[in-house]
Design a protein around this ligand. Structure first.
Ligand SMILES: NC(=O)c1ccc[n+]([C@@H]2O[C@H](COP(=O)([O-])OP(=O)(O)OC[C@H]3O[C@@H](n4cnc5c(N)ncnc54)[C@H](OP(=O)(O)O)[C@@H]3O)[C@@H](O)[C@H]2O)c1
Length: 252
């Protein structure tokens, strides 16, 4: 099979940083599949991209719904037969500002459902497709919020943040990144696996008002996706098992 065309799947691709990643990678010639849990929202986002002359595919993909993930993988298998890049971008926070002593377990479970179990499920089901590429990448959109090094650093921008469920789920996703990367190396598979910290970005994440986030020093979405775009467009890079942002490596 000829796998020269780069085929990229972005979860949570219908808005925020996911949509920006979809747009920029499509502009750079990749064939991008937008994963959206809500097809209507996905179609509306695709319409906007069509106005920019971008030809982007759409697949229904709720990362917390195992049947949806299975179907998305089957659809990609039938349509393309392989995948080059998986960008696990879908994420959400459910336990913002709850102290660890009282944080609601149901909120912790929701944090893990999307940020950890969803990411693992999508990765596992897309791996057989990634293995059909001559070289492939998994890029996990993590957060500095998942870094224990930064949580313990009084100089860090996330030192005072409290969202232990979200932070633990991102920390778990970081460990999955390391372990999956090592498995790929051990098995001599040409698939790199890396985690990205986008920084604080002006999106509607956690119900935020992007203008407000910008006032608080939040980055534009273009800046937020810069490291992801850099990694996703450097297909020959062997860099794996890293956690980085635009400034360099981030402490785990
Ligand atoms: N914004 C920040 O400051 C910041 C900082 C560090 C890390 N991050 C991480 O960056 C990633 C993108 O964040 P963002 O700021 O772009 O957030 P966002 O604007 O809230 O977008 C989140 C995306 O995820 C989708 N999503 C939510 N639940 C889903 C599910 N169960 N299955 C599939 N998709 C789902 C949303 O779809 P709907 O439209 O259907 O809700 C939306 O497309 C996340 O992983 C986040 O944790 C963000």
């Amino acid at each position: 099979m000829n796998t020269n065309q780069i085929i990229t799947l972005v979860t949570g691709g219908n808005r925020g940083m996911g949509l920006e990643i979809v747009k920029e990678l499509s502009q750079r010639g990749q064939h991008v599949i937008m994963g959206a849990r809500n097809l209507e929202k996905g179609r509306a986002a695709i319409d906007e991209l069509t106005k920019l002359n971008l030809d982007v595919d759409l697949v229904q993909l709720d990362v917390t719904n195992s049947a949806s993930v299975t179907e998305a993988a089957q659809t990609i298998q039938q349509k393309y037969g392989y995948l080059t890049i998986l960008i696990n971008n879908a994420g959400a926070v459910f336990d913002g500002r709850q102290d660890p002593s009282v944080v609601k377990l149901e909120n912790l479970r929701d944090d893990f459902a999307i940020n950890y179990f969803g990411l693992v499920d999508v990765s596992q089901k897309m791996l057989p497709l990634l293995q059909k590429s001559t070289r492939a990448k998994v890029i996990n959109i993590s957060s500095m919020m998942g870094s224990k090094t930064e949580a313990l650093n009084p100089q860090s921008s996330v030192y005072k943040a409290i969202a232990v469920g979200y932070q633990s789920a991102k920390a778990a996703a970081n460990m999955y990144t390391v372990q999956l990367a090592k498995e790929m190396l051990r098995k001599n598979l040409p698939i790199t696996v890396n985690a990205i910290d986008p920084g604080m970005v002006a999106t509607e994440f956690a119900g935020a008002d992007p203008a407000q986030v910008k006032k608080m020093g939040g980055k534009t979405v273009e800046m937020g996706v810069a490291r992801t775009i850099e990694l996703a467009t450097d297909l020959d890079s062997k860099e794996t098992a890293t956690f980085s942002n635009t400034e360099g490596q981030v402490g785990w």
